[in-house]
Design a protein around this ligand. Sequence first.
Ligand code: BT5
Length: 305
Amino acid sequence: MKLTRDSTDLQIYNLLTERCRSGEEMGKVLGISRAAVWKAINRIRQNGVQIDAKKKYTIVRETDVNPYKIAKIAFRNLEFLEEVHYYTSVDSTNLRAREYGRPNVLFFAESQTAGRGRLGRRWESDRGGLYFSITLEPPFSLDDLSKLTLIAGLAVADSLPDARLKWPNDVMVSGKKVCGILSEIHGEIEKPVVIIGIGINVSNPVPENAIRVQDFWEVSITRVFDLVLKNFSRHYNLMVEGEWEKLRERYVEKCETIGKVVRVITPGGEITGRAEKIAEDGAIVINGKKVYSGDCIHLRNYRPK
Ligand code: BT5
């Protein structure tokens, strides 16, 4: 389902989340007939929102995750957002984003049948987790894109209690992975569309050595979604305003990789050594050498001789 800010169904849902209202009142507000309101109400009902119709329409119950609630949260937090595409099940939100090709869209799925990790790996995506991709046309240079990936991880880490970052962008709790991020670039080099895919385990079944938010925090999926988008929006705006330095400091505070002896596997080969810092340009510095992306294994804490 595709929703925009002015979709009739979303506007009616938003009106009803404020208070109960009559068909006539909503028809007047939106400039449509009572019959059109009635039709919209029936569509909304088919998507997880139970609405009572006596004299007025009232939302009596709704599933925590439904297209309207997700769209409401997304549009409220991301001012640049133009569309929300909602799927109960889809192959991969990153693939949908790539195929659609346009910026300022959020793709959300209740579950994925072919959720993707980096380098073609699989991301387990059963119902109960958060799987979404945001497409952006950032007003800064391609060189800054690795920073964008880092701040997406930071946004998730800032949303969960006691979360740490494992470079480049795994979010860890108690040493286990709770979230992974897959960022991709698509389109022409002069005007690339950046796709940021975020997968967060909330109550879904997870592989060994992974953790879910509900293992350490009793919280709803939509609350986590709201927090992550709030933080992402804050960080993204700081980035656009040229405040990367603040974000870099914050990333380093939360990053458990810095100070460790690590092995990073990149397409160009392997490098083992002490992870010294995050450089001004967003690279991690290992034994004085800059690395921009790769698979990172923590070997041990660094002890100077
Ligand atoms: C990632 O890859 O961590 C990126 C994951 C991105 C998933 C999101 S969901 C929304 C969007 N649409 C997509 O199709 N993808 C994005 P990587 O660093 O390569 O880690 C992948 C590895 O993590 C796998 O090889 C497994 O070992 C492990 N893994 C798989 N599913 C997991 C899960 N649910 N939780 C924790 N670890 C998992």
